[in-house]
Each structure stands twice: as C-alpha cells, then as structure tokens.
Ligand binder design. Structure first.
Ligand SMILES: [Zn+2]
Ligand SMILES: [Zn+2]
Length: 79
C-alpha cells in the first residue's frame, strides 16, 4: 500500500491582520477609561461624562492611557 500521495496541502494560514478596532472612552477628569462598547456613559470613579472621541477632532480613542489626542494634539483633560 503506497500512501505516499500527499497532496500539497500547504495550508498557509494567512495571518489576517487584525484591525485595531479597540476603542475606549476616557474620563477627561480622572483618567479612568471604559471599553468603547460598554454602556458606561459616565466615569464610575468621579461621575464625569466619558469622552468617546477626541473633543476637538472627533478621532477615536485607541489608547486607554492617552492624555492627548494623537491626531490633533488636543488634551483630553480639558477642565
Ligand atoms: Zn473620572
Ligand atoms: Zn483630536
């Protein structure tokens, strides 16, 4: 029995580039953050309304620890 007929099954897994879809909401007051898809509207720590985008250019917030908008340089914490 010759079973040497291996198909060239090169399952080259295309490493699909995961789109950076993670977004966050930031508290402009105390720096707390929440997942963008959470239904939190206000900061659970200080009650300030969370930013779901840059207040200046409306760029999405991709970094939960960001203090400034990477697109326009606007400070998120505008008091
Ligand atoms: Zn807060
Ligand atoms: Zn901005």
């Amino acid at each position: 029995m010759d079973k040497g007929k291996g198909q060239a099954g090169s399952t080259a897994r295309l490493a699909k580039h995961i789109e950076k879809d993670e977004r966050y909401k930031l508290c402009p007051s105390c720096g707390n953050f929440a997942d963008f898809n959470s239904n939190e509207i206000y900061c659970i720590l200080c009650g300030t309304r969370l930013l779901d985008a840059c207040p200046e250019c409306r760029s999405p917030i991709y970094y939960p620890t960001a203090k400034f908008c990477p697109a326009c340089g606007e400070k998120y914490n505008r008091q």
